[in-house]
Design a protein around this ligand. Structure first.
Ligand code: ZN
Length: 80
């Protein structure tokens, strides 16, 4: 698993939609990869914001992805 694979599966990982095998692969990549770990922390915060906003239904993945990309573009890159 590389970073692209990991990011692709990040939403499914957070939504507990992965099978145990994929889940293990993503988890072990996240443990060893700071970049993806940062992304995971970002997505977790983002999902929490959505929940805290009182949205009873989880937004569709595509919408969440677009909003996350907009949010992310406002955040200065963490890597120098
Ligand atoms: Zn990675």
């Amino acid at each position: 698993m590389d970073c692209d694979d990991c990011l692709e599966k990040l939403y499914a990982f957070l939504d507990q939609e992965l099978g145990s095998n994929e889940r293990k692969q993503v988890a072990s990549h996240l443990e060893g990869c700071t970049d993806c770990g940062d992304n995971l922390a970002f997505e977790e915060r983002f999902l929490k914001v959505i929940r805290d906003c009182g949205t009873s239904d989880v937004a569709p993945a595509e919408l969440r992805r677009r909003v996350a990309e907009r949010l992310r573009s406002d955040v200065p890159p963490t890597t120098a």
